[in-house]
Design a binder for this molecule. Structure first.
Ligand code: ADP
Ligand code: MG
Length: 763
């Protein structure tokens, strides 16, 4: 029978654990270590190497070596966190750039000139752990509970789910790290009438995470998170290394940092690799012994080529003096969290120590001195607690699994998800239950929907508050704004730092019936245990219900955001006549109906097809000719003339045949039918037609400057096509749309109102 495991997918280290009668950490790698560095390198042959081995061999792989990929999961290229990593080449030598072909903001990791998503890199770590566990357990491993930080948002969780899928693991549950830690400390064993409040103190390699967890009878309610995303063991390493380099500089009367900086790239990586390991060894040794001598020989020399040997002895007391302010900062952050969440320290039953850096005796001592020894719970290896908790949950929920598409819990063995109807065939049976844990999940933030009032003022309406028990379902009534409104844009937000709102998902409702203005729409919002938001709308007038497909941060998001952008652009373009706008919205509506009907996974290439159809609709709304039958034939001719080599041969044949039929056809009915057939083929070549628009502008623009610019865009586009670089071709078009707008015909000067906004519940 296949096994299920718990995985702590950490920023610095990852850990696998397994439970049968007891919980065991599964050792990984050739040296059977508990911790597996979350490190992925690429060897010269282009294969991935994962874990402790490449990390210890930094000089061999740098700059093609990735650490801290977790920080990039679900991130945006303009996030301050991402920019900070990009700037620090010593810690993160690999490339970080905008993902070509992703959304405008997606992040790519670059190794040996190739782009990878953070999910792909994390998947390599998971794949390695799965493989190690299979060897150690002597059985296939199919399912896992994977932990994520309590503050992870939907995008970050979706990215984690994607990584698991790539690694061939079915996610039983994404579990919050503090909850996992509390389970490993036995908090799941409490009786139903017992209640405790925990403060989880997780001091890891790169982050310091605090959370307050209210536990009773196996239920866990997260009641606030704090800490510092940039405080951890790495900072301690930096303090020690600065101290050591200062000692060496003083001894040799040189500036060692300067000397390291001026090393050739290869020598620098070699030195940094060795020095980094030595510093970490010193730090760990000082948790047990009273002194340690840091030594690195034969790597550095003075200007006069005299060797500089690093040989510095550090005593425990010196080490503690160095790091005391940093540990003090963790205590200050506890006070800040307790103050913010209104949990006075007396209400906290236990402080649970988690994470490698909480091994440091000074940490334990300072916490005990301030809060009392009895409050502190720590295990011998606090860096294993999270994986152990995950394994306990995994073991107890062996018969349940998350739907990889919608995230709701479904029984193992299902062929189809009963919630979203996606095919999930292949979920296998796993462990039998034996009196397991039940964990309750609560919302980490508030959820809002955007509405507008009569005067087009946008506002956020609260749909679900924070700390609500999951799964959670809320029903609320909203309204259409205008008569015969065809599309409603559903924009969902969560609260972010500084009272700002963060867009977490976008989707569209297509309305078929000619509804009067202010028609009621009954929305049902369902939040799954993993805080995936699903939206269903009942059109009160007709009684019909419809699911709104909400973006999940992949190709779907790129497409749905493009639809929104394009609708706003066309709607606000005074140069586009109203009848063209109506045509445009019908086309978009077709696309939205297609999306709703097909329930495709968020990374399917089908999304790009939908997106191209949207771009084509936009281009057509900007052309002079009415989109009539002749227009369809002209489009087909145009496509064949300019782009024949990029069209599938069978489509070329079909287009040529139908064009001949079109010329021969005599009745308008017949022409109409053929035009529809042509349209069915040309609609798949939205990208080419969009590119072709620039050739039309180049030929026809009366402004020579505009014509010249369009010509240059067209030739760039063609060269991207020649190179088969579709994402570059797309980017070229996207960044030059304004040229098409300048060319678009002047409209009637009179516009009917078009909207896709959602009306408030209080109108
Ligand atoms: P993460 O949650 O970031 O993946 P971990 O919980 O595995 O990280 O903690 C890793 C950090 O703990 C590293 O900075 C490592 O040097 C540090 N660490 C591990 N063991 C010890 C120890 N015995 N003494 C001090 N620091 C330690
Ligand atoms: Mg951790």
């Amino acid at each position: 029978m296949s096994k299920t495991i718990g995985i702590d997918l950490g920023t610095t280290n990852s850990v696998v654990a397994f439970k049968d009668t007891t919980v065991k950490v599964v050792s990984t790698g050739p040296n059977n270590e508990d911790l597996c560095r979350s490190c992925v390198a690429m060897d010269p042959s282009g294969s991935f190497v994962v874990g402790n081995a490449p990390f210890k061999n930094w000089k061999k792989y740098a700059p093609n070596i990735v650490v801290s990929a977790k920080r990039l999961m679900g991130g945006s290229i303009s996030d301050p966190e991402v920019l900070k990593m990009k700037a620090d080449k010593t810690s993160y030598p690999y490339g970080i750039t905008k993902l070509s072909g992703g959304t405008d903001e997606s992040v790519a990791i670059v190794m040996q000139g190739k782009q990878f998503t953070p999910e792909q890199i994390s998947a390599e770590v998971l794949r390695q752990l799965k493989k190690d566990a299979e060897v150690k357990l002597g059985d296939q491993v199919t399912h896992a509970v994977i932990t994520v930080p309590a503050y992870f948002n939907e995008k970050q969780k979706a990215a984690t789910r994607k990584a698991a899928e790539l690694a061939g693991l079915k996610v039983q549950r994404l579990l919050a790290e503090p909850t996992a830690a509390a389970i490993s400390y036995g908090a799941d064993k409490m009786s139903a009438d017992e209640g405790k409040i925990f403060l989880v103190y997780d001091f890891g390699g790169g982050t310091f995470d605090l959370s307050i967890l209210v536990a009773s009878g196996g239920n866990f309610i997260e009641s606030g998170t704090g800490g510092d995303r940039w405080l951890g063991g790495d900072d301690i390493d930096r303090l020690v290394s600065d101290y050591v380099l200062q000692q060496v500089s003083d001894k040799y009367e040189v500036d060692v940092k300067q000397i390291i900086e001026s090393l050739s790239e290869k020598k620098k990586y070699a030195f940094q690799g060795e020095f980094k390991t030595e510093i970490e060894n010193a730090k760990k040794a000082l948790s047990q012994s009273d002194s340690y001598t840091i030594s690195v020989y034969d790597s550095l020399e003075t200007e006069d080529i005299d060797p500089i040997d690093i040989e510095v002895c550090i005593k425990r007391a010196q080490f503690e003096n160095l790091i005391r302010p940093l540990v003090q900062r963790t205590l200050d952050l506890i006070d800040i969290l307790l103050e913010k969440t209104q949990y006075p320290i007396d209400t906290i039953d236990n402080i649970l120590l988690v994470g490698g850096s909480s091994c440091i005796p000074l940490v334990r001592q300072m916490l005990s001195d301030k809060y009392g020894k009895e409050k502190i719970l720590s295990s011998e290896k606090p860096m294993l607690a999270i994986a152990e908790g995950a394994a306990i949950l995994s073991h107890s929920m062996g018969t349940e699994v998350e739907c990889p598409n919608c995230g709701q819990v479904i029984p193992v063995g299902s062929d189809e998800c009963p919630h979203c109807h996606a095919s999930v065939a292949g979920a296998v049976s796993s462990n039998v239950q034996d009196g397991g844990v039940s964990v309750s999940f609560t919302t980490k933030h508030k959820y809002f929907i955007e509405t507008v009032d009569e005067a087009e003022n946008a506002d956020y309406q609260l749909i679900i508050g924070d700390n609500e028990v999951l799964p959670n379902e809320v029903s609320k009534k909203f309204f259409t704004l205008l008569e015969n409104q065809k599309i409603v844009t559903v924009k969902l937000f969560s609260d972010a730092e500084n009272n700002s709102k963060q867009l977490i998902g976008i989707g569209f409702l297509s309305l078929q019936d000619n509804l009067p203005a202010h028609s009621p729409l009954q929305f049902t919002f369902r939040l799954t245990e993993d805080e995936l938001l699903c939206v269903r709308v009942k059109i009160v007038a007709t009684g019909k219900s419809q699911d709104v497909i909400i973006s999940r941060g992949n190709k779907d998001e790129h497409c749905l955001i493009e639809i929104n952008k394009t609708m706003v652009e066309v709607m606000n373009n005074l140069d586009v006549a109203d009848y063209k706008k109506s045509e445009f919205f019908s086309k978009i509506q077709e696309v939205i109906d297609g999306i709703s009907a097909s329930a495709i996974p968020s990374d399917s290439a089908k999304w790009t097809e939908f997106e191209n159809a949207v771009k084509l609709a936009r281009s057509l709304s900007l052309v002079k000719d009415e989109h009539n039958n002749e227009g369809e034939a002209n489009i087909a001719k145009f496509l064949l003339n300019i782009f024949e080599q990029y069209i599938r041969p069978e489509d070329v044949v079909a287009l040529e045949r139908e064009l001949k039929n079109f010329d021969r056809a005599s009745s308008p009915m017949e022409k109409n039918e053929i035009a529809n057939k042509l349209h069915e083929i040309t609609v798949h070549y939205g990208l080419l037609l969009n590119g072709g628009m620039f050739a039309i502008v180049a030929e026809n623009a009366s402004d020579p400057d505009l014509a010249q610019k369009a010509k240059s865009v067209f030739s760039q586009f063609m060269s991207a096509l020649h190179a088969h670089d579709i994402s570059r071709a797309n980017n070229i078009l996207d960044s030059n749309v304004h040229l098409l707008n300048s060319f678009a015909q002047a409209g009637s000067g009179f516009t009917t109102a078009f909207t896709t906004s959602l009306g408030r519940s209080d109108v």
